[in-house]
Ligand binder design. Structure first.
Ligand code: CP
Ligand code: NVA
Length: 305
């Protein structure tokens, strides 16, 4: 049975912990520039319907460094769902490749891709979620804090795909997760309910970022207008007034908190240059760890770890 990674919840709690251990090991091998080629002779098709820096570079570089070959298929190459049906692309691409990584708009499309592809499919972001990002994020937190116990994560901003994957993570690992967002920009209610019903994490939705920030170990933010919503950027700058992560908000935690952002960041919008450049910021460790966490996920999907 092939396995996919479309949601954080596709992995069990144990598998998530194992993935972090594998990521740490793979990272060490990379740092030593060790000859390590578990994907030798394998190819990965990377389907991008949206732009990307980190996702493309980390998957392509990581797969190559581990012996494989990755193909970049950009928005105009196969036009998934437009030039050709998702279920057709799934079967065609799977005939040539050992794994498919896809960044798509519609979450239903990544589900369909996985359903019809005979090879593993990895979700590289949809409008709904971004599971690889949150795996890398929690791995980064573990590196910095050495433990995931008693972790309060305060996300400030849009209740978007990043939040949904944090909520998926909250279904598997116990965290105190607060999403501080404007009233009209809340995460998907069903996903919030799912995380609450799982009963292992504390989930709060707040509309008061300063209050929410108190005791945060991690302050996390993301763009106010995600890919596909860029035409709303101007309106959102008005609607998100008071939700910028600035030095005052970081100070409001009352702790030596860390700052995270999945990137790309719009400095001066959802956060300030001074926060991104502050010693509390671990955004570039977070970006680097995309590669190591994803390699670990791929090793698990290939049954090589
Ligand atoms: N964080 C992230 O996924 O970045 P890209 O959009 O550049 O891939
Ligand atoms: N929420 C952002 C994340 C980018 C990595 C977006 O979807 O554009």
């Amino acid at each position: 049975m092939k396995r996919d990674f479309l949601h954080v919840t596709d992995f069990s709690t144990d598998e998530i912990h194992e993935t972090f251990a594998i990521a740490a090991e793979v990272k060490e091998r990379f740092k030593r520039r060790e000859e390590y080629r578990p994907f030798s002779g394998c190819t990965m098709a990377m389907i991008f319907a949206k732009p990307s820096a980190r996702t493309r570079i980390s998957f392509e570089t990581g797969f190559f460094r581990m012996g494989g070959h990755a193909l970049y298929l950009g928005p105009t190459d196969i036009s998934i769902g437009k030039r050709e049906a998702v279920k057709d692309i799934a079967r065609v691409v799977a005939r040539y490749n050992d794994v498919i990584m896809a960044r798509l708009f519609d979450h239903a499309h990544v589900l369909e891709l996985a359903k019809f592809a005979s090879v593993p499919v990895v979700n590289g972001l949809t409008d709904y979620n971004h599971p690889c990002q949150i795996m890398a994020d929690l791995f980064t937190i573990l590196e910095h804090r050495k433990t995931l116990n008693d972790l309060k994560i305060v996300y400030v901003g849009d209740g978007n795909n990043i939040v949904h994957s944090w909520l998926e993570m909250a279904c598997r690992l116990p965290i105190h997760f607060v999403c501080a967002c404007p009233e009209n920009y809340q995460p998907d209610q069903q996903t919030v309910k799912l995380a609450r019903d799982e009963g292992i994490s504390e989930i709060e939705i707040s509309h008061d970022p300063m209050h929410a920030a108190k005791d945060a170990d991690i302050v996390y933010t993301d763009v106010w207008a995600s890919m596909g919503k860029k035409e709303e950027a101007e309106q959102r700058r008005i609607d998100f007034r008071g939700f910028q992560v600035d030095d005052a908000l970081m100070a409001a935690t009352g702790k030596a908190s860390l700052f995270m952002h999945c990137l790309p960041v719009e400095r001066g919008v959802e956060t300030t240059d001074s926060v991104v450049e502050s010693p509390a910021s671990i955004v570039f460790d977070e970006a680097e760890n995309r590669m190591h966490a994803q390699n670990a996920i791929l090793l698990k999907l290939f049954g090589k770890a």
